[in-house]
Design a protein around this ligand. Structure first.
Ligand SMILES: Cc1cc2nc3c(=O)[nH]c(=O)nc-3n(C[C@H](O)[C@H](O)[C@H](O)COP(=O)(O)OP(=O)(O)OC[C@H]3O[C@@H](n4cnc5c(N)ncnc54)[C@H](O)[C@@H]3O)c2cc1C
Length: 373
């Protein structure tokens, strides 16, 4: 079995399949160096929920519920703690306008029974004393946690390899090989090939660029650029405890004292430039919410490319050929959705069982309706 892409999606599926199948995972670069490395690691199924995303929210909630067990199993399999932090998330309102906007979304979120609670300014400040002097309050999301996504890719890699998967780095796949109407291997950039009875396309934002299929059967995934930065806090006296969604930026405190600030959302293809404007927007938004960030040293700045599908939901299920499966398009939620993606795709590939929870996310939703026969 060949898996194209060693991000959280490809590694997670590979881990779940290895031991029951011979698994080879190919990456064009170092494993786990794509969006999975660039992410902020928030598991935000509730506070991000927007009208029209009901099925995606259900998938996110299911994955959220699986996260504690997934982290536990990964720790046992790899020895790496992915630092699942359970303080929850605050969505901060600085002004009455921000509060009104949050309140509007909250009506929809309450209809979905999401556990969210409005906190007064005083109650918000009691949780986070370093917030700006003037705030309107915050929405508290007690089940939207975070993990360290960089530790996650390390852990998944070790877990997959320990259970028998082989990871081939710097091995870019050029094409999916097709014979007799089914996928039967992959061809690399250097022209060499490897046969495979099953091919899983999990190449994140690059998934559409893999050849071998006509353009209208490739997954409709595009890169959505995100710039981020990390500041360095004193880890013994961090400025924040919760993941914080402020107007214009989110701030995510890590155990080691890093404070991640993200992320721009830009339609710029695979452009990887870090711009003054991008950093300015993020830093200004962070500073308005937590003024003391201005004293902190900058630790790192980076760019990643989210795999965005046409409806921003993942593409999970059978591909357009026998033997071909798609697991891509996770956009802003690939870390959140890692457990449910790995479990459900492994069940589909090995046991032929398409879990109800992933059924709405098939490629079919993007294909033109078949002409009446
Ligand atoms: C700035 C930013 C912030 C984010 N924050 C969050 C967050 O807080 N929470 C959350 O849940 N999600 C977040 N995301 C989204 C999340 O990172 C992605 O949805 C997730 O990482 C997608 O995983 P993946 O394995 O599909 O893609 P990737 O991690 O990009 O992996 C795809 C892999 O495929 C490889 N590849 C590409 N082309 C080829 C080829 N031809 N042959 C072989 N291999 C190939 C790449 O090298 C790469 O390693 C964020 C993303 C970004 C960019």
């Amino acid at each position: 079995m060949a898996i194209i892409g060693a991000g959280v999606v490809g590694l997670g599926i590979g881990w779940r399949l290895s031991g029951r199948a011979v698994v080879d995972i190919f990456d064009r670069g170092a494993a786990g160096s794509g969006a999975s490395y660039a992410a902020a690691g928030m598991l935000a199924a509730c506070c991000e929920a927007e009208p029209g995303e009901e099925t995606l929210v259900a998938l996110g909630r299911e994955s959220q519920a699986r996260w504690p067990g997934f982290a536990e199993q990964l720790l046992r399999a790899s020895g790496i703690d992915v630092e699942l932090r359970r303080e929850g998330t605050l969505v901060l309102a600085l002004t009455a306008d921000d509060q009104a906007e949050i309140g509007h979304r909250l009506e929809f979120q309450r209809r979905l029974d999401l556990p969210l609670e409005w906190l007064s300014a005083a109650a918000t400040r009691a949780r986070e004393p370093h917030l700006a002097g003037k705030i309107a309050g915050a929405l508290f999301s007690p089940e939207d946690h975070q993990v360290d996504n960089r530790k996650l890719v390390q852990a998944l890699r070790i877990a997959a390899e320990t259970s028998g998967a082989t990871i081939h780095e710097y091995r870019p796949v050029k094409e999916i090989l097709v014979q007799g109407g089914r996928a039967n291997g992959v061809m690399f950039d250097d022209g060499t090939m490897t046969p495979a009875d099953i091919v899983v396309l999990a190449a994140g934002a690059w998934s559409r660029g893999i050849g071998g299929l006509p353009p209208d059967r490739r997954p409709p995934v595009r890169p959505v650029k995100g710039q981020m930065l990390a500041l360095k806090m004193d880890s013994t006296a961090p400025l924040l405890q919760h993941a914080l969604w402020a107007p214009g930026a989110y701030l995510v405190p890590r155990r080691d004292g890093r404070l991640l600030i993200g992320g721009t959302v830009e339609e710029k293809g695979f452009n990887a430039t870090i711009t003054a404007g991008g950093l300015l927007t993020l830093l200004e938004a962070a500073w308005r919410a937590v003024p003391a960030v201005e004293e902190l040293p900058v630790d790192e700045i980076w760019v990643g490319h989210r795999p965005g599908s046409r409806d921003d939901a993942p593409i999970l299920g059978r591909g357009p050929l026998e033997g071909l499966f798609y697991a891509t398009g996770h956009h802003r939620n690939g870390i959140l959705l890692a457990p449910v993606t790995a479990d459900a795709m492994a069940r589909l590939i090995l046991d032929g069982v398409g879990d109800r929870i992933i059924r709405p996310f098939g490629l079919e939703r993007f294909l033109p309706a078949r002409a009446a026969e």
